[in-house]
Design a protein around this ligand. Structure first.
Ligand code: 5GP
Ligand code: MN
Length: 336
């Protein structure tokens, strides 16, 4: 692993830089990527953000969003950019499988890879690393990178501040998850001072639902949620027909699982969705219950202790039965 501080010298001369982030990017993925983008362009670099897939409309207002390339829309151009880059930043993920087909092009690229991330157990494809699971968001680590490693707090302009605020806000559950330390609040205060319009950002991200998304949420909560009282667990199951019926688009299922977790006493909430190619699971938990352990052990996934995900190639009904069958194993932890 190379010394992160040596990037300071490397970034003195203008470079061709690619920033990439995980499949189905969320607020932290886009906020940290565009935050870093808006910082690097001020230093005269040629920068491109490449996402493996599309992402929700409620993130498409971020400063310089039109500059983002979506791999699935422009695979050849993306591959060319990755192959000819001088430096590749990998943000908010630490396994190349998280960026789908793009992963093998990044692996093969001659450019050094800089990983900035806060997920458990990195794969080890990176040359430079700014990583800790104690950060509430990758955007927090990008802030730290700019301010403390590059020593360029003066380059956090309104655009950078807006992006980083969005990343921290979304990944910290609006500043309420346990990783939201006093230091995070200091950073956020700094970002507001530097131009992030906190109230406007909340509105753009959270009050931006389409009618169909809200009705879909209503359907999930009223008709599709099961509560397992003896395990303090909740489950919402969604079929592909329902996704179609409510005309859901990318991002419409995001956050649905949190409603189940907000029920008094629930320690584990799961959302199981039948996607066209596979069944996807999203798990959320409270306290020290290891949602990521279940995803890793049974569903080819992982994540954070309180927010994890995975998938299965089995049929929806099979995955649902599997999930229910796992609950007794965790009963002691769930009823604590
Ligand atoms: P979500 O439920 O929002 O899809 O994912 C929550 C968290 O779980 C993500 O931030 C990511 O850390 C993790 N995660 C989701 N899906 C996967 C997966 O398929 N593999 C791994 N390793 N982690 C996942
Ligand atoms: Mn994140």
């Amino acid at each position: 692993m190379l010394e992160l501080a040596s990037l300071k010298e490397l970034l003195v001369q203008p470079k061709h830089i690619v920033i990439t982030t995980h499949h189905k990017p969320d607020g932290d993925a886009m906020g940290s990527s565009l935050g870093l983008y808006n910082y690097l362009i001020q230093k005269g670099h040629q920068v491109r953000v490449i996402t493996p897939t599309d992402y929700p409309t409620f993130l498409q207002w971020l400063p310089n969003n039109p500059e983002v390339i979506i791999y699935t829309e422009k695979p050849e151009e993306s591959q060319q950019l990755v192959a000819t880059a001088d430096l590749i930043f990998c943000l908010d993920f630490n396994w190349l499988s998280r960026i789908n087909e793009l992963g093998e092009f990044v692996r093969a690229a001659k450019a050094p890879k800089v990983m900035i991330d806060h997920h458990l157990e990195p794969e080890g494809f990176d040359d430079y690393r700014h990583w800790t699971i104690n950060a509430c968001a990758t955007a927090q680590l990008v802030y730290d990178f700019i301010v403390n490693i590059m020593g360029e707090c003066e380059l956090i302009n309104k655009d950078v501040a807006t992006c980083l605020y969005t990343g921290i806000m979304t990944d910290s559950g609006s500043f309420r998850f346990p990783t939201t330390t006093a230091e995070v609040h200091h950073i956020v205060a700094d970002l507001i001072n530097l131009g992030a319009e906190n109230s406007r950002i909340h509105q753009l991200v959270y009050d931006n639902f389409s009618e169909s998304r809200l009705r879909f949420l209503g359907h999930c909560l009223l008709n599709k949620m099961e509560i397992f009282t003896e395990y303090n667990a909740a489950l919402i199951t969604v079929t592909k027909e329902e996704l179609k019926q409510y005309q859901t688009t990318t991002g419409d299922t995001e956050g649905v699982v949190n409603y189940a977790l907000s029920i008094n006493g629930i320690r584990l909430a799961a959302l199981i969705i039948e996607r066209p190619d596979k069944v996807k699971l999203s798990l959320r938990s409270t306290g020290d219950f290891p949602a990521n352990e279940i995803c890793k052990k049974y569903f080819n996934g992982g994540g954070h202790r309180n927010a994890a995900g995975g998938f299965s190639e089995e049929k929806l009904e099979t995955v649902v039965s599997q999930f229910k069958a796992i609950l007794p194993e965790y009963k002691t932890l769930l009823i604590q």
